[in-house]
Design a protein around this ligand. Sequence first.
Ligand SMILES: [Zn+2]
Length: 346
Amino acid sequence: MVDIRNKTFVLEARGFERTFGIFLGWFLAAGFGCTAQTPEESAPSGTKQSSDSVRFERYAADLQFVAEPRPPGSAHWKRVQDKCAAVFEDSGFAVERQGYGTGVNVIGTKMGTVRPDESVIISAHYDSVENCPGADDNASGVAGVLEAARALSSQNHQRTLKVACWDEEEFLRHRPLIGSWEYAERAHKRGEEIAAVYVLEMIGFMSEEVGSQEIPPGLDILFPEQAKQVVDNQNRADFISILGNTPTKDTLDAFSRAANELSLRSVSLYLTLQPVFFIDLIRSDHASFWLHNYPAVVISDSANFRNPNYHCVDGRVDDVASLNLPFAVRVVRATVATATASLNPS
Ligand SMILES: [Zn+2]
Protein backbone atom coordinates (compact mmCIF):
# COMPACT_ATOMS: atom_id res chain seq x y z
CA MET A 1 0.00 0.00 0.00
CA VAL A 2 1.50 3.24 -1.08
CA ASP A 3 1.78 6.23 1.20
CA ILE A 4 0.78 9.19 -0.94
CA ARG A 5 -0.05 11.64 1.77
CA ASN A 6 1.54 15.04 1.14
CA LYS A 7 2.84 13.91 -2.24
CA THR A 8 1.99 14.78 -5.81
CA PHE A 9 2.48 12.79 -8.94
CA VAL A 10 1.37 12.57 -12.52
CA LEU A 11 -0.50 9.74 -14.14
CA GLU A 12 -0.77 9.52 -17.90
CA ALA A 13 -3.65 7.83 -19.62
CA ARG A 14 -4.94 7.21 -23.07
CA GLY A 15 -2.68 9.40 -25.11
CA PHE A 16 -3.14 12.58 -23.19
CA GLU A 17 -1.72 13.72 -19.95
CA ARG A 18 -3.99 13.88 -16.96
CA THR A 19 -2.48 15.54 -13.98
CA PHE A 20 -3.95 14.53 -10.68
CA GLY A 21 -2.86 16.66 -7.79
CA ILE A 22 -3.25 13.96 -5.24
CA PHE A 23 -2.74 16.40 -2.40
CA LEU A 24 -5.97 18.02 -3.48
CA GLY A 25 -7.84 14.78 -3.78
CA TRP A 26 -8.97 13.03 -6.89
CA PHE A 27 -11.82 13.47 -9.35
CA LEU A 28 -12.85 9.90 -9.13
CA ALA A 29 -16.23 8.60 -10.12
CA ALA A 30 -17.29 7.30 -6.81
CA GLY A 31 -20.08 7.40 -4.39
CA PHE A 32 -22.23 5.72 -1.88
CA GLY A 33 -22.69 2.06 -1.74
CA CYS A 34 -23.30 -0.82 0.50
CA THR A 35 -23.01 -4.47 -0.16
CA ALA A 36 -25.14 -6.20 2.38
CA GLN A 37 -24.04 -9.66 3.29
CA THR A 38 -26.55 -12.25 2.19
CA PRO A 39 -25.66 -15.50 3.92
CA GLU A 40 -28.82 -17.22 2.78
CA GLU A 41 -27.64 -17.16 -0.84
CA SER A 42 -25.45 -19.96 -2.02
CA ALA A 43 -21.77 -19.37 -2.71
CA PRO A 44 -20.53 -19.14 -6.30
CA SER A 45 -20.15 -22.45 -8.05
CA GLY A 46 -16.79 -24.08 -7.51
CA THR A 47 -16.35 -22.26 -4.21
CA LYS A 48 -15.72 -25.32 -2.12
CA GLN A 49 -13.44 -27.10 -4.55
CA SER A 50 -11.29 -24.04 -5.22
CA SER A 51 -11.27 -22.87 -1.61
CA ASP A 52 -10.28 -26.30 -0.40
CA SER A 53 -7.30 -26.28 -2.77
CA VAL A 54 -5.72 -23.38 -0.88
CA ARG A 55 -3.09 -24.78 1.48
CA PHE A 56 -2.09 -23.06 4.71
CA GLU A 57 1.43 -24.54 4.78
CA ARG A 58 2.31 -23.34 1.27
CA TYR A 59 0.95 -19.89 2.02
CA ALA A 60 2.94 -19.67 5.24
CA ALA A 61 6.16 -20.81 3.55
CA ASP A 62 5.80 -18.31 0.71
CA LEU A 63 5.01 -15.49 3.13
CA GLN A 64 8.11 -16.29 5.15
CA PHE A 65 10.24 -16.39 2.00
CA VAL A 66 9.02 -13.09 0.60
CA ALA A 67 9.07 -11.13 3.87
CA GLU A 68 12.49 -9.49 3.67
CA PRO A 69 13.28 -5.99 2.43
CA ARG A 70 12.95 -5.96 -1.37
CA PRO A 71 13.09 -2.45 -2.79
CA PRO A 72 13.32 -2.49 -6.60
CA GLY A 73 16.73 -3.56 -7.84
CA SER A 74 17.73 -5.30 -4.61
CA ALA A 75 18.85 -8.93 -4.43
CA HIS A 76 15.71 -10.06 -2.63
CA TRP A 77 13.48 -8.14 -5.04
CA LYS A 78 15.03 -10.27 -7.80
CA ARG A 79 14.59 -13.47 -5.78
CA VAL A 80 10.89 -12.73 -5.28
CA GLN A 81 10.49 -11.88 -8.95
CA ASP A 82 12.04 -15.28 -9.78
CA LYS A 83 9.81 -16.97 -7.21
CA CYS A 84 6.69 -15.58 -8.88
CA ALA A 85 7.93 -16.81 -12.26
CA ALA A 86 8.83 -20.26 -10.89
CA VAL A 87 5.51 -20.85 -9.11
CA PHE A 88 3.52 -19.68 -12.12
CA GLU A 89 5.54 -21.89 -14.45
CA ASP A 90 5.29 -24.92 -12.16
CA SER A 91 1.52 -24.41 -12.04
CA GLY A 92 1.29 -24.54 -15.82
CA PHE A 93 1.02 -20.86 -16.66
CA ALA A 94 2.79 -19.28 -19.63
CA VAL A 95 5.10 -16.77 -17.96
CA GLU A 96 5.97 -13.28 -19.17
CA ARG A 97 8.36 -10.86 -17.51
CA GLN A 98 7.11 -7.47 -18.62
CA GLY A 99 10.16 -5.24 -18.42
CA TYR A 100 9.42 -1.56 -18.83
CA GLY A 101 12.68 0.22 -18.13
CA THR A 102 12.67 0.79 -14.40
CA GLY A 103 10.97 -2.44 -13.35
CA VAL A 104 9.62 -5.88 -14.15
CA ASN A 105 6.11 -7.30 -13.79
CA VAL A 106 5.74 -11.08 -13.74
CA ILE A 107 2.57 -12.34 -15.41
CA GLY A 108 1.28 -15.90 -15.77
CA THR A 109 -1.42 -16.78 -18.29
CA LYS A 110 -3.68 -19.82 -18.51
CA MET A 111 -5.99 -19.59 -21.50
CA GLY A 112 -9.73 -19.85 -21.07
CA THR A 113 -11.58 -22.66 -22.79
CA VAL A 114 -14.75 -20.79 -23.78
CA ARG A 115 -13.99 -17.06 -23.59
CA PRO A 116 -10.21 -16.87 -24.08
CA ASP A 117 -10.30 -13.17 -25.05
CA GLU A 118 -11.70 -12.19 -21.64
CA SER A 119 -9.30 -12.31 -18.72
CA VAL A 120 -9.54 -12.35 -14.96
CA ILE A 121 -6.44 -11.10 -13.14
CA ILE A 122 -5.37 -11.97 -9.60
CA SER A 123 -2.46 -9.80 -8.52
CA ALA A 124 -0.31 -8.22 -5.83
CA HIS A 125 2.72 -5.93 -5.76
CA TYR A 126 5.99 -7.56 -4.78
CA ASP A 127 8.21 -4.56 -4.05
CA SER A 128 8.59 -3.17 -0.54
CA VAL A 129 9.78 0.11 0.90
CA GLU A 130 13.43 0.30 1.98
CA ASN A 131 14.64 -1.38 5.16
CA CYS A 132 11.33 -3.04 5.92
CA PRO A 133 10.46 -6.74 5.56
CA GLY A 134 6.99 -5.78 4.32
CA ALA A 135 5.34 -8.92 5.63
CA ASP A 136 1.88 -7.43 5.52
CA ASP A 137 2.88 -4.92 2.80
CA ASN A 138 2.82 -6.91 0.66
CA ALA A 139 4.35 -10.35 1.16
CA SER A 140 0.90 -11.31 2.45
CA GLY A 141 -0.60 -10.44 -0.94
CA VAL A 142 2.18 -12.02 -3.00
CA ALA A 143 1.88 -15.30 -1.10
CA GLY A 144 -1.86 -15.08 -1.73
CA VAL A 145 -1.38 -14.73 -5.47
CA LEU A 146 1.06 -17.65 -5.55
CA GLU A 147 -1.37 -19.87 -3.67
CA ALA A 148 -4.32 -18.71 -5.77
CA ALA A 149 -2.28 -19.59 -8.87
CA ARG A 150 -1.72 -23.11 -7.58
CA ALA A 151 -5.31 -23.56 -6.41
CA LEU A 152 -6.91 -22.32 -9.63
CA SER A 153 -4.51 -23.93 -12.10
CA SER A 154 -5.79 -27.45 -11.51
CA GLN A 155 -9.10 -26.64 -13.22
CA ASN A 156 -10.01 -25.31 -16.65
CA HIS A 157 -11.92 -22.06 -16.74
CA GLN A 158 -14.11 -20.38 -19.34
CA ARG A 159 -12.16 -17.14 -19.18
CA THR A 160 -8.40 -16.68 -19.32
CA LEU A 161 -6.76 -16.56 -15.90
CA LYS A 162 -3.85 -14.21 -15.35
CA VAL A 163 -1.82 -14.09 -12.18
CA ALA A 164 0.56 -11.20 -11.66
CA CYS A 165 3.25 -9.85 -9.38
CA TRP A 166 3.40 -6.10 -9.98
CA ASP A 167 6.60 -4.13 -9.48
CA GLU A 168 7.10 -0.60 -8.12
CA GLU A 169 3.81 -0.05 -6.35
CA GLU A 170 5.46 1.90 -3.54
CA PHE A 171 6.42 5.57 -3.80
CA LEU A 172 10.12 5.03 -4.36
CA ARG A 173 10.90 7.25 -7.30
CA HIS A 174 8.81 10.01 -8.80
CA ARG A 175 5.48 8.26 -8.53
CA PRO A 176 3.81 5.07 -7.26
CA LEU A 177 1.80 2.30 -8.96
CA ILE A 178 4.28 2.12 -11.83
CA GLY A 179 4.24 -1.61 -12.64
CA SER A 180 0.47 -2.05 -12.63
CA TRP A 181 0.12 1.18 -14.59
CA GLU A 182 2.46 -0.11 -17.29
CA TYR A 183 0.37 -3.28 -17.57
CA ALA A 184 -3.00 -1.52 -17.59
CA GLU A 185 -1.78 1.02 -20.13
CA ARG A 186 -0.50 -1.71 -22.44
CA ALA A 187 -3.71 -3.73 -22.06
CA HIS A 188 -5.78 -0.67 -22.88
CA LYS A 189 -3.71 0.12 -25.97
CA ARG A 190 -4.07 -3.47 -27.14
CA GLY A 191 -7.81 -3.40 -26.55
CA GLU A 192 -7.64 -6.28 -24.10
CA GLU A 193 -10.87 -7.27 -22.45
CA ILE A 194 -10.47 -7.61 -18.71
CA ALA A 195 -13.52 -8.96 -16.90
CA ALA A 196 -12.20 -8.54 -13.36
CA VAL A 197 -9.00 -7.54 -11.59
CA TYR A 198 -8.31 -8.66 -8.04
CA VAL A 199 -5.61 -6.80 -6.14
CA LEU A 200 -4.45 -8.33 -2.86
CA GLU A 201 -2.94 -5.46 -0.86
CA MET A 202 -2.04 -6.25 2.75
CA ILE A 203 -4.26 -9.11 3.88
CA GLY A 204 -2.51 -10.45 6.98
CA PHE A 205 -3.03 -8.09 9.91
CA MET A 206 -6.08 -8.37 12.14
CA SER A 207 -7.01 -7.75 15.74
CA GLU A 208 -10.07 -8.45 17.83
CA GLU A 209 -9.16 -5.78 20.35
CA VAL A 210 -11.71 -3.04 20.92
CA GLY A 211 -10.55 0.14 19.21
CA SER A 212 -7.98 -1.54 16.96
CA GLN A 213 -9.57 -0.26 13.75
CA GLU A 214 -9.43 3.37 12.70
CA ILE A 215 -11.86 4.69 10.15
CA PRO A 216 -10.19 6.61 7.30
CA PRO A 217 -11.17 10.28 7.35
CA GLY A 218 -14.28 10.89 5.31
CA LEU A 219 -15.27 7.24 5.06
CA ASP A 220 -18.18 7.78 7.39
CA ILE A 221 -19.53 10.35 4.95
CA LEU A 222 -18.90 8.30 1.84
CA PHE A 223 -19.90 4.94 3.29
CA PRO A 224 -22.04 5.62 6.37
CA GLU A 225 -23.41 2.09 6.66
CA GLN A 226 -19.99 0.47 6.53
CA ALA A 227 -18.55 2.96 9.01
CA LYS A 228 -21.46 2.15 11.31
CA GLN A 229 -20.75 -1.56 10.91
CA VAL A 230 -17.23 -0.95 12.21
CA VAL A 231 -18.35 1.32 15.04
CA ASP A 232 -21.08 -1.12 16.07
CA ASN A 233 -18.35 -3.75 16.30
CA GLN A 234 -16.47 -1.48 18.72
CA ASN A 235 -13.86 -0.62 16.10
CA ARG A 236 -12.39 -4.10 16.04
CA ALA A 237 -9.91 -4.74 13.21
CA ASP A 238 -11.26 -8.23 12.65
CA PHE A 239 -12.58 -7.96 9.09
CA ILE A 240 -11.23 -7.77 5.56
CA SER A 241 -12.32 -4.95 3.27
CA ILE A 242 -13.08 -5.17 -0.41
CA LEU A 243 -13.42 -2.04 -2.51
CA GLY A 244 -14.57 -1.99 -6.12
CA ASN A 245 -15.60 0.44 -8.84
CA THR A 246 -18.85 0.55 -10.74
CA PRO A 247 -18.87 -2.73 -12.71
CA THR A 248 -17.81 -4.85 -9.74
CA LYS A 249 -21.04 -5.14 -7.74
CA ASP A 250 -21.43 -8.86 -8.52
CA THR A 251 -17.82 -9.47 -7.50
CA LEU A 252 -18.33 -7.72 -4.18
CA ASP A 253 -21.52 -9.66 -3.51
CA ALA A 254 -19.85 -12.96 -4.38
CA PHE A 255 -16.90 -12.14 -2.14
CA SER A 256 -19.23 -11.35 0.77
CA ARG A 257 -21.00 -14.67 0.35
CA ALA A 258 -17.75 -16.61 0.08
CA ALA A 259 -16.37 -14.82 3.14
CA ASN A 260 -19.51 -15.63 5.11
CA GLU A 261 -19.15 -19.30 4.27
CA LEU A 262 -15.61 -19.15 5.61
CA SER A 263 -16.62 -17.29 8.79
CA LEU A 264 -14.56 -14.33 7.62
CA ARG A 265 -15.98 -10.92 8.48
CA SER A 266 -15.93 -8.58 5.49
CA VAL A 267 -16.88 -5.03 4.68
CA SER A 268 -17.70 -4.13 1.08
CA LEU A 269 -17.24 -0.69 -0.39
CA TYR A 270 -18.90 -0.16 -3.75
CA LEU A 271 -18.14 2.97 -5.72
CA THR A 272 -20.75 4.38 -8.05
CA LEU A 273 -20.87 7.55 -10.11
CA GLN A 274 -20.59 10.48 -7.77
CA PRO A 275 -17.60 12.81 -7.57
CA VAL A 276 -15.46 12.52 -4.49
CA PHE A 277 -12.16 13.67 -3.07
CA PHE A 278 -10.78 10.74 -1.17
CA ILE A 279 -7.17 9.71 -1.53
CA ASP A 280 -7.37 6.68 0.72
CA LEU A 281 -9.35 4.81 -1.91
CA ILE A 282 -6.64 4.93 -4.57
CA ARG A 283 -3.56 3.81 -2.71
CA SER A 284 -2.89 0.58 -4.57
CA ASP A 285 -2.70 -1.01 -8.00
CA HIS A 286 -6.46 -1.16 -8.55
CA ALA A 287 -6.29 2.57 -9.28
CA SER A 288 -4.19 1.85 -12.39
CA PHE A 289 -7.03 -0.27 -13.74
CA TRP A 290 -9.82 2.08 -12.67
CA LEU A 291 -8.14 4.86 -14.63
CA HIS A 292 -8.17 2.70 -17.74
CA ASN A 293 -11.87 1.91 -17.26
CA TYR A 294 -11.32 -1.66 -16.16
CA PRO A 295 -13.29 -3.24 -13.33
CA ALA A 296 -11.01 -3.84 -10.35
CA VAL A 297 -11.31 -4.64 -6.68
CA VAL A 298 -8.74 -4.23 -3.93
CA ILE A 299 -8.87 -6.58 -0.97
CA SER A 300 -7.11 -5.15 2.06
CA ASP A 301 -6.82 -5.09 5.83
CA SER A 302 -6.75 -1.26 5.51
CA ALA A 303 -3.00 -0.82 6.11
CA ASN A 304 -2.08 2.01 8.49
CA PHE A 305 -5.68 2.27 9.70
CA ARG A 306 -5.07 -0.86 11.78
CA ASN A 307 -1.48 -2.03 11.36
CA PRO A 308 0.89 0.05 13.53
CA ASN A 309 3.87 -1.57 11.76
CA TYR A 310 2.90 -0.15 8.36
CA HIS A 311 6.08 0.79 6.45
CA CYS A 312 8.12 0.07 9.60
CA VAL A 313 7.56 3.58 10.91
CA ASP A 314 8.91 4.65 14.31
CA GLY A 315 11.23 1.65 14.59
CA ARG A 316 8.40 -0.85 14.37
CA VAL A 317 8.73 -3.92 12.14
CA ASP A 318 6.19 -5.22 9.64
CA ASP A 319 7.14 -8.85 10.21
CA VAL A 320 5.46 -12.23 9.86
CA ALA A 321 5.14 -12.63 13.63
CA SER A 322 2.73 -9.69 13.75
CA LEU A 323 0.35 -11.27 11.24
CA ASN A 324 -2.57 -13.64 11.63
CA LEU A 325 -2.01 -16.36 9.05
CA PRO A 326 -5.32 -18.21 9.45
CA PHE A 327 -7.05 -14.88 8.74
CA ALA A 328 -4.90 -14.31 5.64
CA VAL A 329 -5.56 -17.80 4.34
CA ARG A 330 -9.31 -17.30 4.74
CA VAL A 331 -8.96 -14.13 2.67
CA VAL A 332 -7.13 -16.09 -0.03
CA ARG A 333 -9.84 -18.78 0.04
CA ALA A 334 -12.59 -16.18 -0.34
CA THR A 335 -10.67 -14.57 -3.19
CA VAL A 336 -10.16 -17.87 -4.97
CA ALA A 337 -13.82 -18.77 -4.56
CA THR A 338 -14.92 -15.42 -5.95
CA ALA A 339 -12.43 -15.54 -8.80
CA THR A 340 -13.75 -18.99 -9.72
CA ALA A 341 -17.12 -17.36 -10.34
CA SER A 342 -15.52 -14.52 -12.35
CA LEU A 343 -13.69 -17.11 -14.45
CA ASN A 344 -16.83 -19.12 -15.15
CA PRO A 345 -19.66 -16.63 -15.66
CA SER A 346 -22.24 -18.92 -17.25
ZN1 LIG B 1 3.21 -0.01 1.11
